[in-house]
Design a protein around this ligand. Structure first.
Ligand SMILES: *Cc1c(COP(=O)(O)O)cnc(C)c1O
Length: 490
């Protein structure tokens, strides 16, 4: 604190009920130790297993009753180092290749600490947290070629962003009265590839349309939505009295990383007069790489894009985002008049519209800060190079799988996801074998891919999302797959 802001910390006695310490220097010492330990932990992550199961006695510790008495911070921290830190998900580790998890950065961690210190409520009002979020909105307009009238808002993740996009599309087609009167039996139908993420279907469920209203369209050999089949289904639905209103394209499917033909989808949506949303949860940030961006052609024609900074963007969890071309339509879907949220032209209640006008959350944390720190500290060039490198590692892994007679590829590699499996000898169930190999890998602590089903076959699925993962890491994973495969079949 500068002198103008009230001078150096003075010994003003705490009210006895305050939660601040009497001795700040003791807290400072604890704090420095925590920070140093965590920096060491990230710097030395390779020395630990990717993941380890939680022992029963550790799990039991989390069944204790509500703590009545105070406990020294240092003791609580010791509990953390012994019983929490060792049993985390593992996605900080370069051997983590499961699902689609970003690795986070030490920079993002520091930004989270600063945000927690400010303890800003970024639902609204006239303070700088809102300006930082607006800065990210402007940057995303720039990255995706959206107009100045586009809006954006931070949310937990793309599950929420995809749901909110469906609500905006619904308001756009039915008009503002849907917010008062509900769907009133309107036979709305929406469309996505059968390879789309489960949350895209869930969005129709949550919105009260029902899962059946989200038509699952077949995909081609490259795992891209079949555009002709989509056109046919829309025509059939119209003929049967349904009201098609939304198509969701995938920019990086969760199973294989396939990218729908977004330019063709944009054209189809214009022809059909329906909302064009893109689930760009992880793939859309490929726009940061000049090498990947051409694969995403058509992205900038979308009406809305859901994306996650916490995946390829490496921002520490959680940092999902929704971008909407027509900012007014977005606001009209969520803004609500409430006396206690009255807007003013000056003072802390100024600066409308607020983020709470663009989504269902009122109180919300300062997710924008860690995203701002990450983008500023590394810059888009370095971020793009990192993203392109994860794709290069995936191609290296694909080439290795193709060289190993015991392994086979199960899906084409578009971006950074590789689906393959160990060939089972006659008489051994390949699905069960590969599921065991994945569990063996997890328990070995060497690597943590996940599994999925491709054309009815269980695949070992490695998604290279973590910026720390190297060529050697994927080779080590393949070596272990081969070892466990042999051990289980001989
Ligand atoms: C991760 C993911 C989602 C869900 O996003 P969350 O941030 O986990 O809510 C949706 N779609 C795709 C393609 C994803 O990869």
């Amino acid at each position: 604190m500068s002198a103008e802001q009230g001078g150096p910390a003075r010994a003003v006695p705490n009210p006895p009920t305050s939660l601040d310490p009497d001795d700040w220097s003791a807290l400072r010492a604890d704090a420095h130790r925590m920070l140093d330990d965590m920096i060491d932990s990230i710097a030395r992550v390779r020395e630990r297993p990717v993941w380890q199961p939680i022992p029963d006695d550790v799990r039991a510790r989390f069944r204790q009753t509500l703590p009545r008495d105070a406990m020294p911070l240092a003791d609580v921290y010791a509990d953390f180092t012994d019983h929490i830190a060792p049993y985390a998900t593992g996605n900080v580790h370069p051997g983590f290749m499961g699902w689609v998890h970003g690795g986070g950065t030490a920079v993002g961690m520091l930004a989270e600490m600063l945000a927690a210190g400010l303890n800003a409520n970024c639902g609204g009002r006239n303070h700088v947290g809102i300006e930082v979020e607006r800065q990210i909105v402007r940057w995303m307009r720039e990255l995706f070629g959206f107009p100045d009238t586009a809006s954006g808002v931070f949310v937990t993740g793309s599950s929420m962003a995809n749901f909110m996009a469906l609500l905006v599309a619904r308001s756009a087609v039915l008009g503002p009265q849907v917010r008062e009167g509900g769907l009133a039996g309107e036979p709305l139908t929406a469309y996505a590839s059968a390879a789309a993420h489960g949350c895209v279907v869930q969005a129709a469920d949550l919105a009260g349309l029902g899962r059946g209203a989200m038509r699952r369209i077949p995909f081609d050999a490259a795992h891209r939505i079949d555009i002709a089949a989509l056109r046919r289904r829309i025509a059939e639905d119209r003929a049967a009295g349904f009201r098609p209103f939304l198509v969701t394209g995938s920019a990086g499917t969760v199973d294989t990383g396939a990218i729908d033909d977004l330019a063709a989808l944009a054209q189809l949506c214009r022809d059909e007069g329906v909302w064009f949303h893109i689930d760009g949860a992880y793939g859309s940030l490929g726009m940061l790489s000049p090498e990947i961006a051409p694969k995403l052609a058509g992205l900038s024609e979308a009406d809305s894009i859901a994306l996650d900074f916490h995946k390829w963007g490496q921002v520490n969890y959680d940092a999902g985002f929704l971008l909407v071309r027509d900012g007014e339509q977005h606001r009209a879907t969520f803004a609500a008049p409430a006396a206690y949220l009255r807007r003013e032209t000056r003072g802390l209640a100024g600066g409308s519209p607020w983020p709470c006008d663009f989504g269902p959350d009122l109180s919300r944390g300062f997710r924008a800060l860690k995203t701002w720190f990450t983008l500023k500290t590394f810059g888009t060039e370095r971020m793009g190079a990192m993203i392109a490198h994860t794709c290069a590692i995936a191609r290296h892994l694909e080439a290795r799988v193709q060289r190993e007679p015991q392994l086979e590829m199960l899906a084409p590699v578009t971006l950074n996801i590789v689906c393959f499996r160990y060939r089972a000898p006659d008489g051994i169930d390949a699905d069960a074998l590969n599921a065991e190999i994945v569990a063996d890998l997890h328990e070995s602590g060497i690597a943590a891919p996940s599994s999925t089903t491709i054309d009815g076959q269980l695949a070992i699925r490695a998604a290279i999302v973590n910026h720390r993962t190297t060529y050697e890491d994927v080779d080590r994973m393949v070596d272990a797959v081969l070892q466990f495969g042999v051990a289980r079949t001989s």
